[in-house]
Design a protein around this ligand. Structure first.
Ligand code: LMR
Length: 396
Protein backbone atom coordinates (compact mmCIF):
# COMPACT_ATOMS: atom_id res chain seq x y z
CA UNK A 1 0.00 0.00 0.00
CA UNK A 2 2.70 2.49 0.91
CA UNK A 3 4.45 1.88 -2.42
CA UNK A 4 2.11 4.32 -4.11
CA UNK A 5 3.17 7.19 -1.85
CA UNK A 6 4.95 10.16 -3.38
CA UNK A 7 7.31 12.01 -1.05
CA UNK A 8 6.11 15.46 0.06
CA UNK A 9 8.50 18.43 0.01
CA UNK A 10 9.63 19.81 3.38
CA UNK A 11 7.34 22.53 4.72
CA UNK A 12 8.53 25.88 3.29
CA UNK A 13 8.69 27.41 6.77
CA UNK A 14 9.34 24.56 9.21
CA UNK A 15 11.89 22.93 6.89
CA UNK A 16 14.18 25.92 7.58
CA UNK A 17 14.41 24.93 11.25
CA UNK A 18 16.38 21.78 10.46
CA UNK A 19 18.54 23.41 7.80
CA UNK A 20 19.46 26.23 10.17
CA UNK A 21 20.24 23.87 13.07
CA UNK A 22 22.54 21.79 10.90
CA UNK A 23 24.43 24.80 9.52
CA UNK A 24 27.82 25.25 11.25
CA UNK A 25 28.56 28.77 9.89
CA UNK A 26 29.62 30.89 12.91
CA UNK A 27 27.65 33.91 11.67
CA UNK A 28 24.48 32.09 10.56
CA UNK A 29 21.29 34.15 10.89
CA UNK A 30 17.82 32.69 11.38
CA UNK A 31 15.07 34.83 9.84
CA UNK A 32 12.89 31.81 9.08
CA UNK A 33 10.22 30.50 11.42
CA UNK A 34 8.19 33.14 13.26
CA UNK A 35 9.42 32.82 16.81
CA UNK A 36 10.48 35.64 19.09
CA UNK A 37 14.19 35.80 19.91
CA UNK A 38 15.93 37.90 22.53
CA UNK A 39 19.11 39.88 21.73
CA UNK A 40 21.17 36.73 22.39
CA UNK A 41 19.14 34.76 19.85
CA UNK A 42 17.26 32.68 22.43
CA UNK A 43 13.52 32.15 22.64
CA UNK A 44 13.05 32.60 26.38
CA UNK A 45 10.25 31.34 28.61
CA UNK A 46 8.42 34.40 29.93
CA UNK A 47 8.81 35.05 33.68
CA UNK A 48 5.04 35.16 34.11
CA UNK A 49 4.85 31.72 32.46
CA UNK A 50 7.50 30.31 34.80
CA UNK A 51 5.56 31.63 37.80
CA UNK A 52 2.27 30.26 36.51
CA UNK A 53 3.85 26.86 35.85
CA UNK A 54 5.28 26.73 39.36
CA UNK A 55 1.87 27.56 40.77
CA UNK A 56 0.17 24.87 38.65
CA UNK A 57 2.74 22.28 39.62
CA UNK A 58 2.02 22.92 43.27
CA UNK A 59 -1.75 23.10 43.02
CA UNK A 60 -2.79 20.74 40.22
CA UNK A 61 -4.70 17.78 41.59
CA UNK A 62 -5.62 15.63 38.59
CA UNK A 63 -4.72 14.72 35.04
CA UNK A 64 -8.16 13.38 34.23
CA UNK A 65 -9.63 14.09 30.75
CA UNK A 66 -10.55 17.74 30.29
CA UNK A 67 -13.22 17.21 27.60
CA UNK A 68 -13.56 18.58 24.03
CA UNK A 69 -14.30 22.14 25.13
CA UNK A 70 -11.02 22.39 27.05
CA UNK A 71 -10.79 24.59 30.12
CA UNK A 72 -13.93 26.75 30.60
CA UNK A 73 -11.93 29.31 32.58
CA UNK A 74 -9.33 29.60 29.82
CA UNK A 75 -12.10 29.91 27.22
CA UNK A 76 -13.74 32.76 29.13
CA UNK A 77 -10.48 34.63 29.65
CA UNK A 78 -9.42 34.20 26.02
CA UNK A 79 -12.81 35.47 24.86
CA UNK A 80 -12.43 38.55 27.05
CA UNK A 81 -8.86 39.12 25.89
CA UNK A 82 -9.87 39.01 22.25
CA UNK A 83 -13.22 40.80 22.32
CA UNK A 84 -12.79 42.99 25.42
CA UNK A 85 -14.67 42.02 28.60
CA UNK A 86 -17.51 44.51 28.03
CA UNK A 87 -18.11 43.63 24.37
CA UNK A 88 -21.77 43.65 23.29
CA UNK A 89 -21.47 40.11 21.87
CA UNK A 90 -20.28 38.81 25.26
CA UNK A 91 -23.07 40.65 27.06
CA UNK A 92 -25.60 39.21 24.57
CA UNK A 93 -24.14 35.72 25.21
CA UNK A 94 -23.50 35.24 21.45
CA UNK A 95 -19.95 33.82 21.69
CA UNK A 96 -18.83 30.23 22.29
CA UNK A 97 -15.14 29.38 22.61
CA UNK A 98 -13.23 26.10 22.71
CA UNK A 99 -9.58 25.57 23.61
CA UNK A 100 -7.53 24.20 20.72
CA UNK A 101 -4.08 22.76 20.06
CA UNK A 102 -2.47 26.06 19.03
CA UNK A 103 -3.71 28.51 16.43
CA UNK A 104 -3.32 25.87 13.74
CA UNK A 105 -5.67 23.57 15.66
CA UNK A 106 -8.14 26.45 15.94
CA UNK A 107 -8.01 27.00 12.18
CA UNK A 108 -8.56 23.32 11.45
CA UNK A 109 -11.54 23.24 13.86
CA UNK A 110 -12.87 26.31 12.03
CA UNK A 111 -12.35 24.51 8.71
CA UNK A 112 -14.35 21.45 9.76
CA UNK A 113 -16.99 23.70 11.33
CA UNK A 114 -17.36 25.70 8.08
CA UNK A 115 -17.65 22.45 6.13
CA UNK A 116 -20.60 21.50 8.35
CA UNK A 117 -22.22 24.93 7.93
CA UNK A 118 -21.91 24.81 4.16
CA UNK A 119 -20.10 21.92 2.40
CA UNK A 120 -19.70 24.12 -0.70
CA UNK A 121 -18.34 27.22 1.01
CA UNK A 122 -15.32 28.82 -0.63
CA UNK A 123 -12.72 30.27 1.73
CA UNK A 124 -11.18 33.52 0.46
CA UNK A 125 -7.68 34.24 1.72
CA UNK A 126 -5.45 37.26 1.17
CA UNK A 127 -2.85 37.09 -1.58
CA UNK A 128 -0.41 36.37 -0.02
CA UNK A 129 -1.30 34.64 3.22
CA UNK A 130 0.38 32.34 5.77
CA UNK A 131 1.81 29.45 3.75
CA UNK A 132 -0.11 26.87 5.79
CA UNK A 133 -3.59 28.43 5.39
CA UNK A 134 -4.28 26.91 2.00
CA UNK A 135 -3.12 23.36 2.76
CA UNK A 136 -4.85 23.37 6.11
CA UNK A 137 -8.28 24.36 4.78
CA UNK A 138 -7.97 22.18 1.69
CA UNK A 139 -7.29 19.27 4.06
CA UNK A 140 -10.69 20.07 5.61
CA UNK A 141 -12.21 19.71 2.11
CA UNK A 142 -12.69 23.44 1.52
CA UNK A 143 -12.00 25.22 -1.76
CA UNK A 144 -9.58 28.09 -1.19
CA UNK A 145 -9.41 31.18 -3.42
CA UNK A 146 -7.53 34.45 -3.03
CA UNK A 147 -8.38 38.14 -2.93
CA UNK A 148 -5.79 40.87 -3.74
CA UNK A 149 -3.97 42.20 -0.70
CA UNK A 150 -0.28 43.13 -0.94
CA UNK A 151 1.39 45.05 -3.71
CA UNK A 152 4.97 43.77 -3.91
CA UNK A 153 6.08 46.75 -6.02
CA UNK A 154 4.77 49.62 -3.96
CA UNK A 155 5.04 47.65 -0.65
CA UNK A 156 1.53 48.72 0.25
CA UNK A 157 -1.99 47.36 0.44
CA UNK A 158 -4.09 46.85 -2.66
CA UNK A 159 -7.01 48.06 -0.61
CA UNK A 160 -9.33 49.17 -3.41
CA UNK A 161 -8.79 45.89 -5.26
CA UNK A 162 -9.36 43.98 -2.05
CA UNK A 163 -12.69 45.74 -1.46
CA UNK A 164 -13.71 45.22 -5.08
CA UNK A 165 -12.98 41.49 -4.82
CA UNK A 166 -14.77 41.11 -1.49
CA UNK A 167 -17.83 42.88 -2.85
CA UNK A 168 -18.21 39.89 -5.21
CA UNK A 169 -18.02 37.24 -2.47
CA UNK A 170 -21.16 35.17 -1.97
CA UNK A 171 -23.01 35.26 1.37
CA UNK A 172 -22.43 31.49 1.51
CA UNK A 173 -18.66 31.93 1.55
CA UNK A 174 -16.07 32.74 4.19
CA UNK A 175 -13.36 35.43 4.09
CA UNK A 176 -10.20 34.99 6.13
CA UNK A 177 -8.76 38.22 7.54
CA UNK A 178 -5.63 38.67 9.65
CA UNK A 179 -6.45 40.58 12.84
CA UNK A 180 -3.00 42.21 13.01
CA UNK A 181 0.65 41.62 12.09
CA UNK A 182 -0.26 40.18 8.70
CA UNK A 183 1.73 37.03 8.03
CA UNK A 184 3.72 37.19 5.73
CA UNK A 185 3.63 40.85 4.63
CA UNK A 186 3.49 42.86 7.88
CA UNK A 187 0.94 45.14 6.13
CA UNK A 188 -2.10 45.65 8.33
CA UNK A 189 -5.42 47.32 7.69
CA UNK A 190 -5.71 50.74 9.32
CA UNK A 191 -8.68 51.29 11.63
CA UNK A 192 -10.34 53.25 8.85
CA UNK A 193 -9.82 50.36 6.43
CA UNK A 194 -11.16 47.91 9.01
CA UNK A 195 -14.30 50.05 9.28
CA UNK A 196 -14.79 49.77 5.52
CA UNK A 197 -14.21 46.00 5.53
CA UNK A 198 -16.69 45.58 8.39
CA UNK A 199 -19.34 47.62 6.53
CA UNK A 200 -18.79 45.59 3.38
CA UNK A 201 -18.91 42.29 5.28
CA UNK A 202 -22.23 43.27 6.80
CA UNK A 203 -23.66 44.40 3.46
CA UNK A 204 -22.38 41.39 1.56
CA UNK A 205 -23.34 38.86 4.23
CA UNK A 206 -20.36 36.49 3.97
CA UNK A 207 -18.85 35.06 7.16
CA UNK A 208 -15.57 36.58 8.36
CA UNK A 209 -12.97 34.23 9.82
CA UNK A 210 -10.35 36.26 11.65
CA UNK A 211 -6.97 34.74 12.40
CA UNK A 212 -5.34 36.44 15.39
CA UNK A 213 -1.99 34.75 15.92
CA UNK A 214 -0.09 37.85 17.08
CA UNK A 215 -2.31 39.81 19.48
CA UNK A 216 -0.02 42.26 21.25
CA UNK A 217 2.83 42.10 18.74
CA UNK A 218 1.54 45.03 16.62
CA UNK A 219 0.55 48.02 18.76
CA UNK A 220 -0.83 46.41 21.94
CA UNK A 221 -3.43 43.79 22.91
CA UNK A 222 -6.44 46.11 22.61
CA UNK A 223 -5.44 48.04 19.49
CA UNK A 224 -4.49 44.80 17.72
CA UNK A 225 -8.00 43.47 18.34
CA UNK A 226 -9.71 46.53 16.81
CA UNK A 227 -10.98 44.67 13.75
CA UNK A 228 -12.09 41.64 15.78
CA UNK A 229 -14.14 43.78 18.15
CA UNK A 230 -15.63 46.00 15.47
CA UNK A 231 -16.56 43.01 13.30
CA UNK A 232 -18.15 41.02 16.14
CA UNK A 233 -20.32 44.00 17.07
CA UNK A 234 -21.53 44.43 13.50
CA UNK A 235 -22.22 40.98 12.06
CA UNK A 236 -24.38 38.00 12.95
CA UNK A 237 -21.84 35.28 12.16
CA UNK A 238 -18.11 35.30 12.72
CA UNK A 239 -15.29 32.93 13.60
CA UNK A 240 -12.13 33.89 15.48
CA UNK A 241 -8.99 31.77 15.78
CA UNK A 242 -6.48 32.86 18.41
CA UNK A 243 -3.05 31.57 19.30
CA UNK A 244 -1.04 31.74 22.53
CA UNK A 245 2.13 30.55 20.79
CA UNK A 246 3.66 33.96 20.22
CA UNK A 247 2.20 36.39 22.76
CA UNK A 248 2.63 33.96 25.68
CA UNK A 249 5.69 32.28 24.12
CA UNK A 250 3.97 28.90 24.51
CA UNK A 251 4.94 27.59 21.07
CA UNK A 252 5.42 23.93 21.93
CA UNK A 253 2.57 23.73 24.44
CA UNK A 254 0.13 24.03 21.51
CA UNK A 255 -2.61 26.20 22.92
CA UNK A 256 -5.05 28.54 21.23
CA UNK A 257 -8.79 28.97 20.91
CA UNK A 258 -11.58 29.00 18.38
CA UNK A 259 -14.57 31.27 19.01
CA UNK A 260 -17.82 31.32 17.11
CA UNK A 261 -19.96 34.46 17.28
CA UNK A 262 -23.60 33.74 16.38
CA UNK A 263 -26.66 35.92 16.00
CA UNK A 264 -28.14 34.95 19.38
CA UNK A 265 -27.54 32.68 22.37
CA UNK A 266 -29.63 29.86 20.99
CA UNK A 267 -27.77 29.74 17.67
CA UNK A 268 -24.51 30.00 19.61
CA UNK A 269 -25.45 26.89 21.62
CA UNK A 270 -26.13 24.95 18.44
CA UNK A 271 -22.84 26.17 16.96
CA UNK A 272 -21.05 25.05 20.11
CA UNK A 273 -22.50 21.55 19.86
CA UNK A 274 -21.13 21.36 16.30
CA UNK A 275 -17.73 22.65 17.46
CA UNK A 276 -17.59 19.94 20.13
CA UNK A 277 -18.54 17.26 17.61
CA UNK A 278 -15.82 18.48 15.24
CA UNK A 279 -13.23 18.50 18.04
CA UNK A 280 -14.18 14.97 19.16
CA UNK A 281 -13.69 13.68 15.63
CA UNK A 282 -10.41 15.52 15.10
CA UNK A 283 -8.42 15.03 18.32
CA UNK A 284 -10.98 14.34 21.05
CA UNK A 285 -9.81 17.09 23.37
CA UNK A 286 -7.09 19.74 23.55
CA UNK A 287 -3.91 19.63 25.66
CA UNK A 288 -4.46 21.27 29.06
CA UNK A 289 -1.06 22.48 30.26
CA UNK A 290 -0.79 25.61 28.10
CA UNK A 291 -4.37 26.58 28.89
CA UNK A 292 -3.65 26.20 32.61
CA UNK A 293 -0.67 28.56 32.30
CA UNK A 294 -2.65 31.19 30.39
CA UNK A 295 -5.63 31.05 32.72
CA UNK A 296 -3.34 31.40 35.73
CA UNK A 297 -1.76 34.51 34.19
CA UNK A 298 -4.96 36.13 32.93
CA UNK A 299 -6.75 35.20 36.17
CA UNK A 300 -4.23 37.19 38.25
CA UNK A 301 -3.95 40.98 38.06
CA UNK A 302 -0.30 40.86 39.02
CA UNK A 303 0.67 38.17 36.51
CA UNK A 304 -1.38 39.84 33.78
CA UNK A 305 0.56 43.07 34.33
CA UNK A 306 3.84 41.16 34.23
CA UNK A 307 2.73 39.49 30.99
CA UNK A 308 1.76 42.83 29.40
CA UNK A 309 5.16 44.24 30.37
CA UNK A 310 6.99 41.25 28.90
CA UNK A 311 4.87 41.42 25.77
CA UNK A 312 5.80 45.10 25.40
CA UNK A 313 9.49 44.21 25.61
CA UNK A 314 9.03 41.70 22.76
CA UNK A 315 7.01 44.18 20.68
CA UNK A 316 9.44 47.04 21.21
CA UNK A 317 12.41 44.85 20.34
CA UNK A 318 10.83 43.79 17.06
CA UNK A 319 9.96 47.38 16.16
CA UNK A 320 13.49 48.44 17.10
CA UNK A 321 14.91 45.71 14.84
CA UNK A 322 12.85 47.04 11.96
CA UNK A 323 14.36 50.50 12.34
CA UNK A 324 17.92 49.18 12.81
CA UNK A 325 17.77 47.04 9.67
CA UNK A 326 16.59 49.97 7.54
CA UNK A 327 19.36 52.15 8.96
CA UNK A 328 22.11 49.53 8.51
CA UNK A 329 21.10 48.82 4.91
CA UNK A 330 21.47 52.52 4.16
CA UNK A 331 24.76 52.69 6.02
CA UNK A 332 26.06 49.83 3.88
CA UNK A 333 25.42 51.74 0.69
CA UNK A 334 22.18 50.08 -0.37
CA UNK A 335 20.42 52.56 -2.63
CA UNK A 336 17.10 50.72 -2.73
CA UNK A 337 14.47 52.14 -0.38
CA UNK A 338 13.80 49.67 2.44
CA UNK A 339 11.97 52.16 4.68
CA UNK A 340 8.75 50.17 4.25
CA UNK A 341 10.18 47.62 6.72
CA UNK A 342 9.99 50.19 9.50
CA UNK A 343 6.38 51.03 8.62
CA UNK A 344 5.13 47.43 8.68
CA UNK A 345 3.98 45.59 11.79
CA UNK A 346 4.59 42.40 13.69
CA UNK A 347 6.94 39.52 13.16
CA UNK A 348 7.31 39.59 9.36
CA UNK A 349 8.05 41.59 6.23
CA UNK A 350 9.01 40.64 2.71
CA UNK A 351 12.56 41.75 2.12
CA UNK A 352 11.62 42.00 -1.55
CA UNK A 353 14.66 40.21 -2.98
CA UNK A 354 14.19 37.58 -5.69
CA UNK A 355 14.36 33.78 -5.17
CA UNK A 356 17.92 33.58 -6.52
CA UNK A 357 19.01 36.22 -4.04
CA UNK A 358 17.22 34.35 -1.21
CA UNK A 359 19.09 31.19 -2.27
CA UNK A 360 22.43 33.05 -2.38
CA UNK A 361 21.86 34.54 1.06
CA UNK A 362 21.34 31.04 2.42
CA UNK A 363 24.09 29.27 0.46
CA UNK A 364 26.85 31.88 0.62
CA UNK A 365 26.03 33.72 3.85
CA UNK A 366 24.00 31.20 5.92
CA UNK A 367 21.15 33.69 6.21
CA UNK A 368 17.86 31.81 6.36
CA UNK A 369 14.49 33.18 5.24
CA UNK A 370 11.41 31.76 3.53
CA UNK A 371 11.73 31.45 -0.29
CA UNK A 372 9.25 34.31 -0.76
CA UNK A 373 11.86 36.54 0.99
CA UNK A 374 9.70 36.70 4.13
CA UNK A 375 11.96 37.57 7.05
CA UNK A 376 11.21 37.04 10.71
CA UNK A 377 12.27 40.38 12.16
CA UNK A 378 12.82 38.89 15.62
CA UNK A 379 15.85 37.01 14.31
CA UNK A 380 17.75 40.30 13.85
CA UNK A 381 20.06 41.39 16.67
CA UNK A 382 22.71 44.01 17.33
CA UNK A 383 25.28 41.25 16.87
CA UNK A 384 24.13 40.10 13.44
CA UNK A 385 22.58 43.18 11.84
CA UNK A 386 25.84 44.48 10.30
CA UNK A 387 26.62 41.09 8.79
CA UNK A 388 23.04 40.83 7.58
CA UNK A 389 23.01 44.28 5.97
CA UNK A 390 26.43 43.72 4.35
CA UNK A 391 25.32 40.34 2.97
CA UNK A 392 22.08 41.79 1.57
CA UNK A 393 24.09 44.62 0.00
CA UNK A 394 26.33 42.02 -1.68
CA UNK A 395 23.50 40.04 -3.26
CA UNK A 396 21.53 43.07 -4.43
C1 LMR B 1 5.38 31.13 10.92
O1 LMR B 1 4.61 31.59 10.06
O2 LMR B 1 6.61 31.12 10.80
C2 LMR B 1 4.81 30.59 12.20
O3 LMR B 1 3.44 30.82 12.23
C3 LMR B 1 5.18 29.18 12.44
C4 LMR B 1 4.48 28.23 11.54
O4 LMR B 1 3.90 27.28 12.06
O5 LMR B 1 4.51 28.38 10.33
Amino acid sequence: MFNSLIAMPADPILGLLTQYREDTHPQKVDLGVGVYKDPAGNTPILNCVKKAEKFRLETETTKVYIGPTGSPQFNTLMTELAFGSDHSAIIANRIRTVSTPGGTGALRVAGDFIKRCNPNAVLWVSDPTWANHTGLFEAAGITVKTYPYYDYDSKSLKFDEMLAALSQVSPDDVVLLHACCHNPSGMDLTTDQWDKVVTLTKEQGFTPLIDMAYQGFGDGVDIDAYGVRKMAAAVDNMILCSSCSKNFGLYRERIGSCSVVAKDANTANIAQSVLLYVVRCLYSMPPAHGAAIVETILGSKELTQEWLDELKVMRDRINGNRAILVEKLKANGVARDFSFIARQKGMFSFLGVNPEQVARLQKEFSIYMVGSSRISIAGISEDNVDYLAQSIAKVL
